[in-house]
Design a protein around this ligand. Structure first.
Ligand code: MN
Length: 199
């Protein structure tokens, strides 16, 4: 099985003005494509060729850095594009909203906890909202790790992920990661996230 770069589910300028078209184009067509190419090269001729990424992540501690970094890079970006959209609906509803309120106190308190995870992740990485044994948990991972990997401090099924690598925001926001993080709330496709949660 060879991994492929997926089409974006919207145009490069669809998340303007919060995420600019040039950043989206470079991020998708160069960075994400590179993870795909490097992973395909790293698994060529190995037993990993036939495996889903989620299967590989379960024992990623046993794999090379190339497989961990690029496999994570493919999965994380596939996921990231899907949980965003041009008509961010502002806030979740239904069971997800109820459970966010009962877990974090309020939607605002959840946004603060998630934003804090995103801003304080040192260097490159990701902030996540995951479901761990039925509970909502905010966490972050370094580099291209994610919470499906056996090496993650906090494991769980991701329902929101935010890329906080500089390549995700530097053209528009330069060093202002907090501004990028606070604008992320404008582009979340909550209908899609609710679907992941209720699965
Ligand atoms: Mn990225």
């Amino acid at each position: 099985m060879t991994h492929k770069l997926p089409e974006l589910p919207y145009s490069y300028d669809a998340l303007e003005p919060y995420i600019d078209a040039q950043t989206m184009e470079i991020h998708h067509s160069k960075h994400h494509q590179a993870y795909v190419n490097n992973y395909n090269n790293a698994i060529k001729g190995t037993e990993l060729e036939g495996q889903d990424l989620e299967e590989v992540f379960k024992s990623i501690a046993n794999q090379s850095a190339a497989i961990r970094n690029n496999g994570g890079g493919i999965f994380n970006h596939n996921f990231f594009w899907e949980i965003m959209g041009p008509s961010g609906s502002g806030s979740p509803k239904g069971k997800l909203l109820d459970d966010i309120k009962s877990t974090f106190g309020s939607f605002e308190a959840f946004k603060e906890a998630f934003g804090n995870a995103a801003v304080t992740r040192f260097g490159s990485g990701w902030a996540w909202l995951v479901v761990n044994n039925g509970k909502l948990v905010v966490t972050s991972t370094p580099n291209q790790d994610n919470t499906l990997m056996d090496v993650a401090d906090v494991q769980g099924t991701p329902i929101i992920g935010l890329d906080v690598w500089e390549h995700a925001y530097y053209l528009k926001y330069q060093n202002r990661r907090p501004d990028y993080v606070s604008n992320f709330w404008n582009v979340i496709n909550w209908d899609y996230v609710e679907g992941l949660y209720e699965k």
